[in-house]
Design a binder for this molecule. Structure first.
Ligand code: 13P
Ligand code: SF4
Length: 368
């Protein structure tokens, strides 16, 4: 049973009484609780959240911004995180003991984060140490469980986000000869390639087969990529890019670096959700964009920029299903029970794991 399934089976589910309320009723409750709790409550929202939820966020951001804001959030006693499980864990790790983090729906996980578990990582590390001796520094994308962040922190490594991966890989390679990058092979490969590391010098660790796939002799390997990916971004393909180039020859293509190397190579720009938003905000009116990222964000950008011609790079794209689990009824459930003093869905990372994970996060935040 993976973490996701465990959470599905063990966590309480939305009570019936929240299922049949009107949108207006739900929105009124949220406004009331926010007003009553004031600065005691902090509601961060990731850019991939639905409109019905993000409208109530105190701040919107990408993973890096939300991690930084959590670390500097000293006032709020309760943080209701509108995002996915690993983001709420990060907020818990970076806040004080007496601050509490809640996730409106415990089923809001991340399939990429579930692609690396601790047992697999420890096995991989043992084998890789046997091959490379003590020459590897581990880095993990923040899209990973607290246990993986703790593993990385314990071994001198750091977390990265899509906004700072280049700087973090440069830093890691100034510390050790090579890196192991978990769990997203695409972010690792795209970033290392941009830093001038040839693709042949990137090996892939397959956690299922427990083998290292490499093209050059092992001594020449600089980057070991964990074989994980985002099930949303893998749906942007080379044929999607070719179609846009054919239909709209003047269109700019901008994608998230969780897309494959092939898609990023054929695009005009690649960067985090914040980067994508900023590029389009700063583009001259009348310019045309095909965006390769999650659909809640793409639809919001389309709506907020009627002066631009914007489409999704994949016309059949869906939102991230786990991000979408946070909806109005779940948010109301979370806020109302919190206001009643019977909060649900507390995110509490084991203190020992949190201490090591914090080392990895702080190494990143010190350089961000
Ligand atoms: P960023 O917020 O770093 O752009 O990452 C996107 C993502 O996939 C979050 O789950
Ligand atoms: Fe995870 Fe991808 Fe969804 Fe982000 S978009 S939460 S990486 S599955």
């Amino acid at each position: 049973m993976n973490l996701f399934e465990k959470m599905e089976n063990s966590s309480p589910t939305l009570p019936e009484r929240y299922k049949n309320r009107s949108k207006e009723e739900l929105e009124t409750i949220i406004r009331r609780v926010k007003k009553t709790m004031g600065a005691q409550l902090f509601l961060p929202g990731h850019h991939y959240q639905k409109d019905e939820v993000i409208q109530f966020a105190d701040v919107r951001g990408d993973s890096l911004k939300l991690a930084q804001l959590s670390a500097s959030q000293h006032e709020a006693e309760a943080i209701v995180f509108c995002g996915v499980h690993f983001m709420a864990e990060t907020a818990d790790i970076l806040t004080r003991e007496d601050q509490h983090v809640y996730l409106p729906d415990m089923r809001a996980g991340c399939s990429m984060a579930d692609m690396a578990n601790l047992t697999q990582t420890e096995k991989a590390w043992k084998k890789l140490m046997g091959i490379f001796n003590n020459t590897i520094l581990p880095l993990t994308y923040v899209n990973s469980t607290a246990a993986i962040k703790a593993f990385v922190g314990k071994h001198g490594g750091a977390t990265v986000t899509s906004s700072n991966a280049a700087g973090m890989i440069e830093w890691a390679l100034s510390q050790k000869e090579r890196i192991m990058f978990l769990p997203d092979q695409h972010l690792g490969r795209n970033t290392a390639y941009d830093l001038g590391i040839p693709l042949e010098q990137m090996a892939v660790w397959d956690p299922i087969q427990e083998e290292l796939l490499h093209e050059v002799p092992v001594e020449e390997v600089k980057v070991i990529l964990w074989k994980g990916h985002c099930s949303v971004h893998e749906n942007f393909t080379v044929p999607n890019v070719e179609q846009v180039r054919k239909d709209y020859p003047n269109m700019n293509i901008i994608v998230h670096p969780e897309c494959s190397r092939e898609v990023v190579a054929l695009s005009d720009y690649a960067g985090s959700t914040n980067y994508i938003i900023n590029q389009i905000e700063n583009a001259p009116p009348g310019s045309a964009w095909a965006i390769g990222t999650e659909m809640n964000l793409v639809n919001r950008i389309i709506h907020e920029h009627p002066e631009q011609h914007i489409i999704s790079l994949n016309p059949r794209m869906c939102p991230c299903l786990t991000m979408n689990r946070i909806d109005l009824p779940h948010l109301v459930w979370s806020l109302e029970t919190l206001a009643e003093g019977k909060p649900q869905n507390l995110i509490k990372v084991d203190p020992e794991i949190a201490a090591d994970a914090k080392k990895a996060l702080e190494r990143m935040l010190a350089r961000a």
